[in-house]
Design a protein around this ligand. Structure first.
Ligand code: OSB
Ligand code: MG
Length: 365
């Protein structure tokens, strides 16, 4: 045996329920992949959920495409770029590809004996951090915003949905007139809501994130002409190609890059470079990852190409006990990537085992 790709599906309760326009999440069910190849072992995390509410991909679409196609390509590819080239044959399924592409970056970094953030190009040596707060009662939210500001977060993002945007944003803005504030709609609005969205300008947001449909560009570009608040796209940007199209038609001037969503770190860096060409801004988002996925996100967020604070909060916000032995901590709104070789996580196999609800081998070669 020269190599093996295996997986564990974990069930992890969140410390706080996380409510967005598409639902209320009380746990994460991440698929953790493990690659053993050439004497090196590493882990990565797939960002999908049980439900296809954020994206069409879910835990149940990822496994078949990996078992039938992508797993074998990991065995055959020499590095992440070669893997992505082979994976072009498979349309879509970016989250499945992203999970495996990242595994190969980690593998490469381990073979080179370097921390991943140094392999991704110029690193700032730190990531700037904002927080993403779910919807709850106005009083509860105001308390969380205050707490987050005191902790040093560099930007506060609140979730909004149709019918609650004005209530939420006026309460937060009245209580905190000067903070860097953004709002994420997770695609809850449609073109019929144009008049409601025009009311957003008075809250002086850094940007509004993904107001329209998960795959829309055209209506976002129309909205960009109607409001002064910059538009940030999350769900709609699924590849470097899509990023270029969005920027060409003025659908956004900010991009939330999630390596899981765009098919990995190679595409993430490409998107950050394209954004810079257009004078647009980028930051690294999150999908409530465990310490494994978080280590990859922080490595990317440290890139000199990323210029806005991201959603990569310290591990302690999410899980009572994370599956890594080296959780991140934040100082003055910054997180420093781990100095460990590879993506930077030190797996806690005992805790991982404790949370595992299913595991198996994808393929051996
Ligand atoms: O839209 O950015 C989003 C979490 C799950 C799915 C989508 C999103 C989010 C977040 C949380 O906003 C960011 C984080 O803290 O990981
Ligand atoms: Mg978002």
């Amino acid at each position: 045996m020269k190599g093996k790709l295996s997986y564990s599906i974990l069930w992890m309760p969140l410390i706080y329920p996380f409510e967005t326009s598409f639902g209320r999440q009380t746990e994460r069910v991440p698929i953790i992949f493990r690659l053993e190849k050439g004497g090196v072992t590493g882990y990565s995390e797939c960002v999908t959920d049980v439900d296809p509410f954020y994206s069409y991909e879910s835990n149940s679409t990822v496994m078949p495409v990996i078992k039938s196609y992508l797993g074998k390509m990991v065995g055959e590819a020499n590095g992440p770029d070669e893997f992505m080239e082979a994976a072009e044959l498979i349309k879509g399924h970016n989250m499945a590809k992203g999970a495996l592409e990242m595994l190969l970056w980690d593998h490469q970094a381990r073979k080179d004996g370097k921390p991943l953030h140094k392999l991704l190009g110029e690193s700032k040596g730190y990531a700037e951090v904002g927080v993403s707060l779910g919807m709850e009662s106005t009083e509860g939210l105001i308390a969380k915003v205050g707490n987050s500001v005191n902790m040093g977060y560099r930007r506060i993002k609140v979730k909004i949905k149709r019918g609650r945007e004005v209530e939420i944003l006026s309460a937060v803005r009245d209580a905190f007139p000067d903070i860097a504030l953004t709002a994420d709609a997770n695609s809850d609005y449609s073109i019929k809501d144009m008049d409601t969205l025009k009311k957003i300008d008075r809250f002086n947001l850094e940007y509004i994130e993904q107001p329209f449909d998960h795959d829309d560009l055209i209506y976002h570009s129309r909205l960009a002409k109607e409001i002064a608040t910059p538009i940030c796209l999350d769900e709609s940007i699924t590849s470097p190609e899509r990023a270029r199209k969005a920027l060409e038609i003025g659908a956004c001037s900010v991009i939330n890059i999630k390596p899981g969503r765009v098919g990995g770190l190679g595409n993430s860096i490409k998107i950050a470079r394209i954004a810079r060409e257009f004078g647009a801004h980028t930051w690294v988002g999150g999908m409530l990852e465990t310490g494994i996925g978080r280590a990859y996100n922080v490595s990317l967020a440290a890139s000199a190409f990323i210029d806005y604070p991201g959603d990569t909060s310290p591990n302690s916000r999410y899980f009572a006990s994370d599956i890594v032995k080296n959780p991140f901590s934040m100082k003055e709104g910054r997180i420093v990537p781990s100095g460990e070789i590879g993506a930077g996580y030190i797996p806690d196999e005992g805790i991982m085992e404790k949370y595992t609800i299913e595991k198996g081998v994808v393929c051996e070669w």
